[in-house]
Design a protein around this ligand. Structure first.
Ligand SMILES: NC(=O)c1ccc[n+]([C@@H]2O[C@H](COP(=O)([O-])OP(=O)(O)OC[C@H]3O[C@@H](n4cnc5c(N)ncnc54)[C@H](O)[C@@H]3O)[C@@H](O)[C@H]2O)c1
Ligand SMILES: O=C[C@H](O)CS(=O)(=O)O
Length: 479
């Protein structure tokens, strides 16, 4: 990996304002080649307690700055991230595998959250309320919740952590973050730049660790932690809820998905095919908002499947750092095995393979389209998190809304139709936090990202995102 600034490839933990090399090390591998990339500090639960104590000590001073002063530091951080985007993308592709173009897009996407919340830092407004009695004056102020503990996944190792650090810091919180053990380098590089931007010591810690369970327990049980912000699987989100219940720990949860992609007869066929590919195969299908089930109405079904299979077969699979690669490797052999299991289950129950269906080498897998899907197949209920596009046929609007909602998940959903009445009926009928209408790409810092049902609690981004890191305080003044 060639970097303009080798200082961004940091392998020490950023702990209580210092760069710390721990005795234990965790290893980071390139998923495309299986080669060793780096040995990184492996933090313990004790290290987490130290970081939390430092955050608790530093947070009042950080909150005492004006929103404008915090905004200036966040703005400098944003500018440094953008200026170093090529290096950050190279690091991200090396540890996670996604194509460089997607990695660079993620860096700018993560930076957009830092920019957005630098602006929001100046707009944490309070309010006055007309008194309920003549001698009373009422007011409300918003204050930072305090120390935040964040836990993030491997699939967007820059953006998912930026999407938490930015609002927390903008609100005046201090934050301790544990990135996924598979992809710590992107988070550490962000901390290098945050320190350069002037973030005070102790306000932020980044703790790579193979002891996810132990640090999770520390985050949940340490009374200095006011809130946990988690992005990852619904199963782990459930564990954290349970572990934090004793202290009524505040929680923001961005969890799993099972996105339906619905194509009605009146849809623009080519737009639907391209939107489906964008939604399904971004990051090799390893995003929480990836299409997981495709529903094609009977009139357009055959033409849609034929065109989709043709376009999917043309997708180029290869290492993310090789020019032209569109589909990188899956993160682990276990991730690849899950894709194969979903395909085997579907075919055993009558599905037809239209293209792909086989591994190439290592954890590279051919993008796959299946036809003849039925609700009893595993992929109808489970998030594949890989390059598999299963197509179900449907007849009526009511039938497909019921099918789309027949899941415990409710994160993203997609609808292709040119009938405006149908747009409103289906958008209102879908039990999801987000709906893409005639588009397969919906994520942006200016809109509230998040799910309903077992896809999460709270929203990230938008004018709503900072609220998760603030408390309302009501004062009643007798005059
Ligand atoms: N809603 C979103 O914004 C969003 C974004 C990305 C990924 N995801 C979801 O995340 C999942 C894939 O990511 P993953 O495999 O890394 O998820 P994961 O839940 O296995 O891991 C996520 C993070 O939690 C940590 N972790 C694991 N077990 C833990 C425990 N017992 N206590 C505390 N922390 C623990 C991991 O080390 C990692 O840092 C998918 O379900 C995907 O849909 C959701
Ligand atoms: O995987 C989850 C991310 O939130 C995907 S996105 O880049 O925000 O759409």
């Amino acid at each position: 990996m060639r970097l303009n600034d080798p200082g961004l490839l940091e392998t020490r933990a950023y702990l209580a304002g210092a760069w710390v090399q721990t005795s234990a090390r965790l290893t980071v591998h390139d998923p495309a080649r299986g080669t060793l990339l780096a040995e990184v500090a492996d933090c313990s639960r004790t290290d987490a307690a130290t970081a939390i104590a430092a955050a608790k000590a530093a947070q009042p001073g950080w909150a005492a700055l004006t929103g404008k002063e915090r905004a200036a530091i966040l703005r400098r951080w944003h500018d440094l991230v953008v200026a170093n985007a090529d290096d950050l993308a190279a690091i991200l592709t090396a540890e996670m595998g996604k194509p460089l173009a997607e990695a660079r897009g993620e860096i700018l996407y993560g930076a957009s959250y830092i920019e957005w919340f630098a602006e929001e830092a100046k707009r944490v407004y309070g309010e006055t309320i007309p008194g309920h009695q003549r001698d009373k004056r009422l007011l409300v102020i918003r204050q930072p919740v305090g120390v935040v503990a964040a836990i993030t996944p491997w699939n967007f190792p820059n953006a998912m952590i930026a999407r938490k650090l930015a609002p927390a810091l903008a609100a005046g919180c201090a934050i301790v973050a544990k990135p996924a053990a598979e992809t710590p380098l992107s988070a550490l590089a962000l901390a290098v730049l945050a320190e350069r931007a002037g973030l005070p010591a102790g306000v932020l810690s980044i703790l790579p660790s193979t002891d996810a369970v132990g640090l999770g327990i520390e985050f949940c049980e340490n009374p200095k932690v006011a809130k946990i912000s988690f992005t990852g699987s619904t199963n782990v989100g459930r564990i954290l809820m349970r572990q934090g219940a004793a202290q009524i720990k505040k929680l923001s949860l961005e969890l799993g998905g099972n996105a339906p992609f619905i194509v009605f007869d009146d849809a623009d066929l080519e737009a639907a095919v391209q939107g489906c590919i964008a939604s399904k195969f971004r990051n090799a299908g390893q995003t929480c908002v990836c299409t997981n089930r495709i529903y094609a109405q009977s009139g357009i079904h055959d033409a849609f499947i034929a065109r989709l299979a043709e376009a999917v077969a043309a997708l180029r699979v290869g290492p993310g750092d090789e020019a032209g690669s569109e589909i990188g490797p899956l993160i682990t052999p276990a991730a690849l095995a899950k894709v194969e299991a979903h395909i085997a289950d579907a075919c055993a129950k009558g599905a037809r393979l239209m293209t792909g269906g086989t591994r190439i080498e290592g954890t590279f897998f051919r993008p796959t389209v299946l036809a003849g899907m039925t609700p009893d197949m595993t992929v109808a209920r489970e998030e594949t998190f890989g390059p598999l596009a299963p197509v179900f046929r449907f007849q009526t609007e009511a039938e497909v809304i019921d099918a789309a909602n027949d899941t415990e998940f409710g994160l993203a959903s997609y609808v292709y139709t040119r009938d405006m009445g149908r747009v409103w009926r289906v958008m209102e009928g879908l039990e999801y936090g987000m709906v893409g209408i005639n588009t397969g790409l919906i994520s942006t810092e200016v809109a509230p990202f998040g799910g309903v049902k077992q896809s999460g609690i709270g929203r990230e981004g938008s004018r709503h995102g900072i609220e998760d890191y603030l408390e309302l305080k009501y004062a009643c003044l007798s005059v």
